[in-house]
Design a protein around this ligand. Sequence first.
Ligand SMILES: Cc1cc2nc3c(=O)[nH]c(=O)nc-3n(C[C@H](O)[C@H](O)[C@H](O)COP(=O)(O)OP(=O)(O)OC[C@H]3O[C@@H](n4cnc5c(N)ncnc54)[C@H](O)[C@@H]3O)c2cc1C
Length: 257
Amino acid sequence: ENYANTINALARKHKPEVILAGATTAGRSLVSRIAVTLYGGLTADCTELHVDKEKKILVQTRPAFGGNIMAQIICPDFRPQMATVRHKVMPEAESDPTRRGEVILEAFDAAWEDKRVKVLEFVTENVLTVKLAEADIVVSGGRGMQNPENFAILDELAKALGGAVGASRASVDSGWIPYSHQVGQTGRTVCPKIYIACGISGAIQHLVGMQSAKYIIAINRDADAPIMKVADLAIVGDLFKIVPMLTAKIKAERGIA
Ligand SMILES: Cc1cc2nc3c(=O)[nH]c(=O)nc-3n(C[C@H](O)[C@H](O)[C@H](O)COP(=O)(O)OP(=O)(O)OC[C@H]3O[C@@H](n4cnc5c(N)ncnc54)[C@H](O)[C@@H]3O)c2cc1C
């Protein structure tokens, strides 16, 4: 409430064209309050943003209709244009010290404080989930893993690489691995340096959660699976042969017993 009151007051004063927030629990809750109060347009959970310079409009892309299409949404008539962007959906920007923006300092006005709100407790986020979102290397398993026991080979590969284990919704829904590992539209968005998809077909709902990874390796016995088209390295074959070979090779290279 306090943040929303503050931003509402500042937005009325400075009339920004665009307000952006992370699609975190706090960000989602914050901008929806602002959108209602300022009567602006809000697109939640965007996967891509760009500015149409000619029309001076923010073009907001997000999955729609269950992820079957990527919709481009614009807000031509109302200001501010607001969007939330999912964590890790875009690669981190390089720092450019030559860029200069204007910083306007405003003093906090006590009138913006909502006396009804009190912070009672901070609860630390599930460490496992954070590790997946922050990991430089993610090894994910899909329906091709066949059962929960087989995830042990992915654990071993991830451990050898110092990475984390992810999963497709099919393997989460099958009860093979907890939901906190799910990558995709209804799971976590990850942007690791390397994403290794094992036995994952590459449905659009999975791709939106990992396609901004810097290097994608797909192991699949179907050369025509959609994941093979987005992969930088597509390995056609049986994951149960390839993954243990890869783990053994990495362990040997790194001198891990
Ligand atoms: C609203 C909505 C939200 C969704 N959200 C998500 C989401 O967040 N994340 C997500 O992942 N999905 C999501 N889905 C589900 C998505 O549409 C797919 O159904 C799901 O991603 C498929 O998972 P999969 O690739 O593991 O399984 P499959 O599509 O069945 O693919 C299994 C793959 O494994 C390969 N394979 C099998 N055996 C082997 C082997 N021995 N070696 C090598 N390859 C092998 C097969 O060739 C196949 O390509 C969502 C769907 C909807 C409708």
